[in-house]
Design a protein. Structure first.
Lengths: 118, 113
């Protein structure tokens, strides 16, 4: 059974750093792209970027380029999303999702809520 | 920037049919596949339609997808509405023109009266 299990909710202050995770199981982690998707409170879905764990090739959506870093550790089948200096506007739910066959996101993590507040 | 525009909300009675549109701002909606995701409150999205009109295993055939190249739009139709269909629905496709990559629609709230 394919599963994507994300790390727990985080509460951080502005300026702090953060790295959240998405652990995959039930399939070959290095053979599928993994995306990170942001959902701000009461808003829609936004794709932040996508990584191919097989070679760590990463593509960022222009809005998120330079704002976050996406990485993966294939030895533990885990993808990461990290910030070096959080802002209040980073408060959102973040989902990881497996990308299948160049078209759709077929499996999703349960989401990680990140709250940034002073 | 490439955008996929959906109606903000639709509502209908149980047993009826609703259709949600997803209109591309530029280019051709037929260039890349369109997917549809359902998101119930407090839950992660799940796929109801992929590759324009394919249903994942377990999704009832009350859900169907189509493409209309003349209006540069995709549509999700839900027939025989049930209260459990009340959710937000997002279309999704790909934009290669401005490196936007994977783009989601603005989202539609479906209310089953």
């Amino acid at each position: 059974e394919v599963q994507l299990v994300q790390s727990e909710a985080e509460v951080k202050k502005p300026g702090e750093s953060l790295k959240i995770s998405c652990k995959s199981s039930g399939y070959s982690f290095t053979s599928y792209w993994i995306a990170w998707v942001r959902q701000m409170p009461g808003k829609g879905l936004e794709c932040m970027g996508i990584i191919y764990p097989g070679d760590s090739h990463t593509r960022y959506s222009p809005s998120f380029q330079g704002q976050v870093t996406i990485s993966a550790d294939k030895s533990i089948s885990t993808a990461y999303l990290q910030w070096s200096s959080l802002k209040a506007s980073d408060t959102a739910m973040y989902y990881c999702a497996r990308h299948y066959s160049g078209s759709w996101f077929d499996y999703w993590g349960q989401g990680t809520l990140v709250t940034v507040s002073s | 920037n490439f955008m996929l525009t959906q109606p903000h909300s639709v509502s209908e009675s149980p047993g009826k049919t609703v259709t949600i549109s997803c209109t591309g701002s530029s280019g051709s909606i037929t260039s890349y596949y369109v997917q549809w995701y359902q998101q119930r409150p407090g839950s992660a999205p799940t796929t109801v339609i992929y590759e324009d009109n394919q249903r994942p295993s377990g999704v009832p055939d009350r859900f169907s997808g189509s493409i209309d190249s003349s209006s540069n739009s995709a549509s999700l139709t839900i027939s025989g509405l049930k209260t459990e269909d009340e959710a937000d629905y997002y279309c999704q496709s790909y934009d290669s023109s401005n490196q936007e990559g994977y783009v989601f629609g603005t989202g539609t709230k479906v209310t089953v009266l």
